[in-house]
Design a protein around this ligand. Structure first.
Ligand SMILES: [Zn+2]
Length: 76
């Protein structure tokens, strides 16, 4: 479940909320002043976790090759 970052227009505080993608655009109250005047900002965490899933999909390779074909993975 991604973390979304919200910005409160009333007090200017930024805060993160863990919620599902379906709930991402639904209103959330400010954790500091309880205002409903909040807007979602770009979630850097979500973008990073997405790329990590892609990078971690191939567990047989190393950083230097696509999958067990270089001398680091396959010294013999
Ligand atoms: Zn606030």
């Amino acid at each position: 479940m991604p973390i979304y970052e919200y910005l409160c227009k009333d007090c200017g505080v930024r805060f993160e909320v863990l919620r599902s993608i379906k709930e991402a655009d639904s209103p959330v109250s400010c954790k500091s002043c309880q205002s409903n005047q909040t807007q979602r900002t770009i979630s850097v965490f979500f973008a990073q976790s997405g790329s990590q899933i892609i990078a971690g999909g191939n567990s047989s390779g190393c950083a230097g090759c696509a999958g067990g074909t270089c001398s680091t993975c396959n010294p013999n």
